[in-house]
Ligand binder design. Structure first.
Ligand code: GDP
Length: 385
């Protein structure tokens, strides 16, 4: 009899063990975090701790009795921004459509049987018309003359021109966006430029790039002089679920910038992007305004990137504005917008020379994801068609 009882006990224990291990397996499988698809590119500088994946701790929350929650309002469906890798391919084609005239013109001239003085003059004119600027044009023509005299034109002309254009665009510059802060603070990106250059649109587009790279973002609508700019930014934010900090129309821009960065610090987000007013009333006024915005932001966290937005279609005027802004704030990168509407891609060379800072992003259309990291090689290839 006791043997039968012992046998029943053993069977019960084995059965219990089997059920427990099956349940355990199911639970572990449910808890194992799914790896995210790797859509990252080198467009932003990542903090060192992100290089290795941190283990995700899963623990059961303490049991609490929740009061009955009221019905939640419907959650608007969020857009999924395009990854940087795929947008580059699409935007390269668009860049090549708007810019290949310059390269084709130069190649046609350089392929002539005789490179006489008239031809060199036409080459110079072509470069100047494309806004390459006087000094870089002279330098390029000099280099081409020397090299083609030694290496000959014809077949080699394309390769020589590619190398020399690439040297002008300077592939060695660090074009990554500094969007991360130190010591757990958010990175702060200040976006400056004159009204109409595409500043607010660019802030919206950058937030989409960061969301596509799995970063958390807060936007500050500090262009408080234009209600439309604040509304526009709020719409950009809503589309990708990014919070936009704003104040009533006419509020001090610095106070909105302060609130936005404070919100970013309190919420522990990765990046705060602050749109600013672009009134070029006079240099002293601009300096006061942007200087104050920067000072109050830095009571919370250092500014990690100052992006100057320039409209590529404005040519020399745009350059004059760029100079004023760079005297007022320490610009760390240039965003060249509306390259799709201008055949004057040479402005890239001139503005980098003028300011000594790299073009980091280019705008190639009005679409939400029509902003791409600037890539020197791809740009020159697009010029050459
Ligand atoms: P802001 O005054 O500097 O903030 O300029 P906005 O962001 O309001 O932009 C001014 C206009 O330029 C808007 O109609 C934008 O759609 C347009 N825009 C901005 N970036 C680009 C671009 O890369 N290409 C084109 N074609 N239009 C752009």
């Amino acid at each position: 009899m006791s043997l039968v009882v012992a046998l029943i006990l053993v069977i019960a224990l084995v059965a219990f063990g089997a059920i427990a291990s099956v349940v355990g397996l199911v639970v572990t499988r449910r808890r194992k975090p799914q790896p995210l698809p790797n859509t990252h590119t080198g467009v932003i500088v990542r903090p060192p701790e992100e290089v290795g994946e941190a283990p995700v701790e899963v623990s059961a929350p303490p049991a609490t009795i929740e009061p009955e929650a009221p019905a939640a309002p419907p959650v608007p469906e969020l857009e999924k921004p395009e990854s940087t890798a795929s947008r580059l391919v699409r935007l390269r084609q668009r860049l090549s459509r708007s810019q290949s005239g310059l390269g084709r013109g130069l190649l046609a001239l350089l392929s002539r049987d005789r490179l006489d003085e008239d031809t060199w003059e036409s080459i110079e004119d072509t470069l100047l018309t494309a806004d390459v600027g006087v000094a870089p044009t002279q330098q390029l023509v000099e280099r081409l003359r020397t090299r083609l005299r030694v290496e000959g034109g014809g077949e080699d002309a394309r390769g020589v021109l590619r190398e020399e254009l690439l040297a002008l665009v300077d592939p060695g510059m660090d074009r990554r966006l500094q969007v991360s802060g130190a010591d757990g603070q958010p990175g702060v990106v200040l976006v400056v430029g004159v009204n109409g250059s595409g500043k607010t649109t660019t802030v919206g587009k950058i937030s989409r790039i960061l969301v596509a790279e799995d970063r958390t973002v807060v936007l500050g609508a500090a262009d408080t002089f234009r209600a439309a700019a604040v509304e526009q930014l709020a719409t950009w934010g809503e589309r990708v679920g990014v919070e936009v900090v704003r104040g009533p129309e006419g509020t001090d821009p610095a106070s909105v910038a302060f609130d936005a960065v404070k919100e970013g610090v309190d919420r522990g987000v990765d990046t705060v992007i602050v749109d600013t007013a672009g009134r070029l009333q006079n240099k002293a006024g601009l300096m006061d305004e942007l200087g104050k915005v920067k000072r109050v932001i830095e009571k919370q966290a250092p500014v990690t990137e100052v992006l100057l937005v320039l409209d590529a279609t404005t040519g020399q005027n745009g350059l004059i504005q760029a100079r004023v802004f760079s005297e007022v704030v320490d610009v760390t990168g240039i965003v060249l917008t509306k390259l799709d509407g201008s055949a004057k891609g040479g402005i890239v060379v001139q503005v980098q020379r003028e300011l000594g800072v790299p073009v980091k992003l280019v705008g190639l259309g009005e679409g939400a994801d029509d902003l791409a990291p600037f890539d020197a090689g791809a740009f020159v290839d697009a010029l050459l068609g």
